[in-house]
Design a protein around this ligand. Structure first.
Ligand SMILES: [Zn+2]
Ligand SMILES: [Zn+2]
Length: 348
């Protein structure tokens, strides 16, 4: 079968590889119908995921059709249309039993190399899915492009918005209008806030944010904290959703949020430490929630309900649809920020 494989730092390739087989009783084999390129696939591309070795199949955002199931698979049937979670929790530990799947110490990730469970990725014609009953969600007759991001960036945006505990009428500032930030804006809206302010410096991304009902704020033109104070009688935002993942962005969030307000952090922080304004944050009573990996499996019923009811449409972020065979070019475009979100279609 055709698959997108990691070759070397900065290089992916199209390869002909053996079709996956059932290996464990809980496995399913899924014929992939859509596979997106995720921002975190670029970490693999750039060699920041050390367990990913030459020839490993990329990708973890997918929909497909169940082709084959192992003997212990109880909920799924052959021919069923499904969306998959990018991460696979163990399903049996204390955290998983409580529904905190994202805190499971034994989680694995598709297409992320040896340190994440050594599973092949979804940018291929077929994928082996362990623990299929837990990791795949049936989608009935829902449009696969609308539900594709439920297994990763849409539900990540929903997780961040939910952890922000937004009350009706709240002023919400979303920092960073990349794919996750734009998903977060759509999710924030479902909590009936007052205004949503979208902070970014890229005009195209701000225009997308505005199309979802947010007020665009170009951070290269205004001082974010001053701007926010000017629009809230000097208070600041009730809730900040931080989707950037860089120290200056976290410091900015502390300036943008009001006293007693909340910051929900979903942007990925890789820095080991930082200089932190401890006293001011204490005095102002800021509540900072670091979301870490989002609770995909814990929240995807809610995510699918929002899509089914037409409240949100995550597929509006898709900027390019390309055949799987054009994956090398697709990676070049996505890495070069020429595309907001690319969906690969096998068999075309
Ligand atoms: Zn991802
Ligand atoms: Zn677990």
């Amino acid at each position: 079968m055709q698959a997108v494989v990691f070759r070397d730092i900065g290089e992916v390739a199209l390869a002909d590889v053996p079709r996956p087989q059932l290996e464990e009783p809980g496995d399913a084999i899924v014929r992939i119908t859509r596979a997106a390129i995720c921002g975190s696939d670029l970490h693999v591309l750039h060699g920041r995921i050390p367990g990913m070795t030459e020839g490993g199949i990329m990708g973890h955002e997918f929909t497909g059709v169940v082709e084959e199931v192992g003997s212990s698979v109880a909920k799924l049937r052959t021919g069923e249309r499904v969306v998959g979670s990018f991460m696979l929790p163990c399903g049996t530990c204390w955290f998983c039993a409580k529904g905190y799947f994202n805190r499971c110490p034994d989680q694995r990730v598709f297409g992320y190399g040896a340190f994440f469970g050594a599973l092949e990725g979804a940018q291929a014609e077929y994928l082996r899915v362990p623990q299929a009953d837990l990791v795949l969600h049936p989608i009935g007759d829902l449009d696969e492009e609308k539900v594709l991001f439920v297994g990763d960036i849409f539900t990540t945006g929903l997780d961040a918005a939910t952890e922000g505990r937004i009350a009706k009428g709240d002023v919400v500032a979303v920092q960073g209008c990349g794919p996750v930030g734009l998903m977060a804006i759509q999710c924030v809206k479902t909590f009936n806030p007052g205004e949503i302010y979208a902070f970014d410096s890229v005009p195209e991304r701000l225009a997308r944010a505005a199309s979802f009902g947010a007020i665009p704020v170009n951070t290269s033109e205004v001082h974010p904290a001053t701007y926010m104070q000017d629009h809230t009688d000097g208070r600041g935002a009730d809730v900040v959703i931080e989707c950037v993942g860089a120290v200056p962005a976290l410091l900015q969030a502390l300036d943008v949020v009001r006293a007693g307000g909340r910051i929900s952090v979903i942007g990925v922080y890789a820095e080991p430490d930082m200089e932190f304004p401890l006293n001011v944050t204490f005095i102002r009573g800021i509540d900072i929630k670091f979301c870490g990996t989002a609770n995909i499996i814990g929240r995807w019923d809610e995510a699918l309900r929002l899509i089914e009811e037409g409240v949100v449409d995550p597929s509006s972020l898709i900027s390019h649809r390309m055949p799987l065979s054009d994956a090398v070019e697709a990676y070049r475009m996505f890495d070069g920020r020429e595309a907001l979100k690319i969906v690969l279609i096998p068999g075309k």
